[in-house]
Design a protein around this ligand. Structure first.
Ligand SMILES: NC(=O)c1ccc[n+]([C@@H]2O[C@H](COP(=O)([O-])OP(=O)(O)OC[C@H]3O[C@@H](n4cnc5c(N)ncnc54)[C@H](O)[C@@H]3O)[C@@H](O)[C@H]2O)c1
Length: 381
């Protein structure tokens, strides 16, 4: 199968590696050819590491590398069966590329976007043949994270989602079909992990360290919200939150945090700038989970954990109610896309949906804010 990839940055080269590893011929194009050269050099090193760890043979690494062809023109993608776009997150620029591409590829070629936040329907609506367009959303790093959200837009032809689902399985991925809603599955459901954590700190209820410790020790999360925001980049995380908030017509549930805005303004962006919620200037010391010791700590940690987990479970229940994905899809998405230790629906059952509902009710009464409104399904589930 011939796969075209547009954009050879972080995601494009990762997706190219995945496709080439599963035997596809890959045509990789970027407007900046220096980026393609740089990414291919990095890929060569990555493949060498896999060889030295005995994950793949030398022959296999050469095969993978040789299957990826650097292209200097978009027209080099003319024979592709599927094109995956992974360029800058800008609707106008993406649309121009898709319109140019339509004049190059065959009628049968499937065109897709790896966008994290732009509506698939809004992108396909600008095309002559919108029915062959679909969202294929990989997670970073694409060769490692198993989840792929497959997102048909309103105009996508009926069987295409299933075809891409099957193709992603042959690429060794765990696909989940998602509705074309802001943030799709993961970036929508995960919002309170960051939002509620930021709020606890803004209100001086806890420090970032305490929030992270609570989520790691009581929730078994690999990383707490603040460590994770530092890793993702506080500006990137802030921008996803703003997009989801705007695209849900300013639903107060997704209201961004002023603290995060100030951190972005100050360029305290996390690991990439050496300082975010933590200081990385000394040495990259990995934080480890500390268990609460005093009774005050225990009470605080349990308050932090229950507040964040209740908000997350409420989001998952609401996503179930709206049919954003089926139950298995919702559970898999959070575990395979962002490494949650359990599916949120199963977690809700374990804690008790009535306890989740009670926690949200208390928050609602305390704050009188719509932010804490419950999914109508939460009381019935
Ligand atoms: N980085 C992530 O964690 C992540 C995760 C999932 C999805 N995404 C999405 O994937 C896409 C790419 O993100 P990224 O992080 O790889 O970005 P990136 O900045 O690393 O790479 C983007 C590449 O696109 C190229 N480009 C820009 N305009 C172009 C054009 N008109 N034609 C051809 N090439 C062009 C740039 O030269 C650059 O090399 C975005 O839509 C983003 O939302 C990113």
């Amino acid at each position: 199968m011939f796969i075209g990839i547009i954009g050879s940055g972080t995601m494009g080269i990762g997706i190219a590696q995945v496709a080439a590893t599963s035997g596809c011929e890959v045509f990789l194009y970027d407007a900046n050819s220096a980026q393609t050269e740089k990414s291919l050099l990095n890929l060569k090193q990555t493949l060498q590491k896999l060889v030295s760890k005995q994950k793949i043979s030398v022959e296999k690494s050469e095969e993978i590398f040789n299957r990826i062809k650097a292209c200097s023109n978009l027209s080099d993608l003319k024979d592709c069966d599927l094109v995956i776009e992974a360029i800058i997150e800008n609707k106008e620029i993406k649309t121009k590329v898709f319109q140019d591409l339509e004049g190059i590829v065959s009628e049968k070629c499937i065109i897709s976007s790896n966008t994290s936040s732009i509506s698939i329907t809004s992108l396909q609506a600008e095309l002559k043949k919108p029915e062959r367009f679909i969202g294929i959303h990989f997670f970073n790093p694409a060769p490692i994270m198993p989840l792929v959200e497959v997102i048909p837009g309103l105009l996508t032809k009926e069987k295409l989602a299933q075809e891409i689902y099957s193709l992603m399985e042959t690429w060794g991925k765990i696909p989940v079909i998602a509705k074309d809603v802001p943030g799709f599955i993961v970036n929508r459901i995960a919002r309170p992990f960051y939002g509620e954590a930021l709020r606890l700190v803004e209100e001086n209820i806890a420090t970032p360290e305490q929030v992270d410790d609570a989520m790691r020790s009581l929730g078994n999360f690999k990383m707490g919200p603040f460590e994770l925001m530092d890793l993702i980049g506080i500006d990137i995380n802030f921008s996803v939150t703003k997009t989801v908030y705007q695209d849900y017509f300013y639903d107060p549930k997704y209201k961004p945090s002023l603290l995060q805005q100030r951190m972005s303004e100050a360029k305290l962006l996390g690991r990439k700038t050496g300082k975010g919620f933590y200081d990385y200037s000394d040495q990259m010391k990995e934080p480890s989970a500390r268990s609460p010791e005093t009774v005050e700590d225990k009470n605080l940690y349990s308050k932090i954990f229950m507040r964040i987990i209740s908000m997350l479970i409420n989001e998952a229940v609401e996503a179930k109610r709206l049919g954003i994905a089926n139950d298995d899809g919702l559970e898999l998405a959070m575990q395979k896309g962002v490494n949650y230790p359990k599916g949120l629906l199963a977690w809700g059952k374990e804690i008790g949906f009535s306890k989740i509902s009670e926690t949200l009710q208390n928050l609602y009464e305390e704050y009188q804010e719509e932010r804490y409104r419950q999914s109508p399904l939460l009381k019935k589930i």
